[in-house]
Design a protein around this ligand. Structure first.
Ligand code: BG6
Length: 487
């Protein structure tokens, strides 16, 4: 560790090593903080990725840190008493109004007091786990009140949770404000899907295997499906969700990121910056062909949801790309809440080969990347049926993450915080990617409002029963687009 340096900051007792940090969670009493962030910080302490930390939970409502932590405890798999006590002893709750600059000065004092008490040296990670409407004001106030500062010896970073804005215009405005106040190196735009093990494998799988990459184009691929089915309904997030819906909550970010990783052109190198550039180029090329929206029965009775809500909890979308490489290849996205089962996957369906048999194979090859709840990859090939002359049947080549590596991979938010601590931005999203993805959603939002004689279903919201696979009417839509969903 480097020697002590003289600074004006009285908490600056030694140079900062990255294993000591203050997490400031803006929106600290909310769902994300409770279900994901606090358990992730616990795991970092348990794994000793960080040896010393302070957790400052901030939000508008009066609360006690103990209340929030007790709720979060339920989401930790195995609680070790000593680690839990350590977390409890370093966490505090600070009530504040995000729009009041005076409150940031008070926040700064609270952080400094904690830093002194816990002998921390000033590394700060501000996590904006709040609605995007707060992003601009928080950014401005953090910067102007100097609650965020960077010196040679310690750093402040700002993490922006998704959704980043609620349309192209608002995302652009947030990006503008970030650029004004912070350097790009300080900013982390989150999409936790990018931290999932098999998602971070997509680029490597494609670009390190000769038998895959040359086939990734319209010459060989018939269609691509991205499926993010959820069994859970909106639970206690009614107020938030009702302003977003499936398109803005999941399609704009997770689904389009999965599609971009699957279809982007070869990056110059397989590193963060080049991958982001390739994804942005692909996202820019996307065009909407059709879509279908639904809402589960009972959604309108959820606390926080308006009685006549038109918010979609289910979406199926068909897109194409302007890139020549993907000429006329349909990309299908399907996502929904309160469906039959949780399944997240990508399926790449290859074109049929010329049939040289009397009985042609009924199935074409496909590659399935299962992301959740299991993580594995299947390659579906055709193979001879034993004791037959010419009969073929589909068989699966399997790669199972667990069986091959026998490693329990940490949860996405834990890896994400580790990356922020290390300053590794490779799996965070760039401003232009986010903006291009919003353009896709804006187009759908536009179309659903305009009466459309050719595609009347675009103006409708179909209901479905909780636990169903989709609204029944999706069947006709599937038929029209010749899509058979894998899940
Ligand atoms: C979040 C959405 O980004 O992703 C939630 O806001 C959704 O609505 C969640 O449930 C799904 O994430 P995962 O990792 O559970 O598939």
């Amino acid at each position: 560790m480097a020697k002590q340096k003289k600074t004006n900051n009285k908490t600056q007792t030694k140079d900062c090593s990255s294993d000591t940090v203050t997490f400031i969670i803006m929106g600290g009493g909310g769902d994300l903080s409770i279900r994901k962030l606090i358990p992730a910080i616990y795991n970092l302490l348990e794994k000793k990725t960080i040896t010393n930390c302070s957790v400052v939970l901030t939000a508008r409502s009066p609360r006690k840190a103990a209340q929030v932590l007790t709720k979060a405890k339920k989401y930790i798999k195995k609680v070790k008493v000593s680690t839990w006590n350590k977390l409890v002893s370093c966490a505090i709750y600070h009530q504040m109004d995000f729009s009041n600059p005076g409150d940031y000065q008070k926040l700064d004092k609270v952080i400094q007091k904690q830093e002194t008490k816990l002998k921390l040296c000033g590394n700060r990670i501000f996590y904006l786990a709040t609605i995007p409407q707060n992003f601009n004001i928080i950014t401005k106030n953090l910067a102007r009140t100097k609650t965020i500062r960077n010196t040679k010896t310690h750093s402040s970073k700002v993490v922006y949770e998704k959704p980043f804005g609620d349309n192209y215009k608002s995302a652009k405005s947030i990006n503008k404000s970030l650029k004004k106040h912070f350097t790009e190196k300080q900013v982390y735009r989150v999409d936790h899907y990018l931290e999932k093990e098999l998602v971070s494998n997509i680029g490597l799988l494609r670009f390190t295997n000769r038998i895959l990459e040359p086939l990734f184009s319209h010459k060989h691929i018939e269609s691509i499906q991205i499926i993010i089915n959820e069994k859970l309904d909106v639970q206690k997030r009614g107020r938030f969700y009702d302003n977003y819906g499936a398109l803005k909550d999941v399609v704009q970010n997770h689904a389009l990121q999965l599609l971009a990783l699957t279809c982007m052109g070869a990056p110059k190198r397989l590193d963060g910056e080049h991958i982001r550039a390739s994804k942005a180029k692909f996202l820019k090329s996307l065009m909407i062909k059709d879509f279908f929206l639904g809402q589960y029965e009972g959604y309108k009775n959820t606390k926080g949801v308006t009685k006549n809500s038109k918010t979609e909890t289910f979406a199926a979308v068909k897109l194409i790309s302007k890139e020549r490489r993907w000429e006329n290849v349909p990309f299908f996205i399907k996502t929904g809440k309160a469906l039959k089962e949780k399944r997240t996957l990508i399926q790449i369906k290859f074109k049929p080969v010329k049939c040289l048999l009397d009985y042609c194979p009924s199935e074409t090859n496909h590659l399935t990347i299962n992301i959740d709840p299991v993580d594995n990859i299947h390659f579906h090939l055709n193979s001879k049926v034993p004791n037959s002359h010419q009969k073929v049947a589909p068989v699966k080549l399997n790669f199972s993450q667990k069986a091959n590596f026998n490693i329990n991979t940490p949860k996405a938010y834990q890896i994400l915080l580790e990356d922020v601590i290390k300053g590794d931005q490779s799996v965070f999203v760039r401003s232009d990617e986010i903006e291009f993805a919003w353009k896709v959603i804006d187009k759908i939002e536009d179309l659903r409002k305009k009466p459309n004689k050719k595609y009347p279903h675009q103006n409708k919201l179909y209901t479905y029963k909780k636990g169903a696979s989709s609204p029944e009417e999706l069947g006709a839509w599937n038929k029209k687009h010749k899509i058979k969903w894998t899940a």
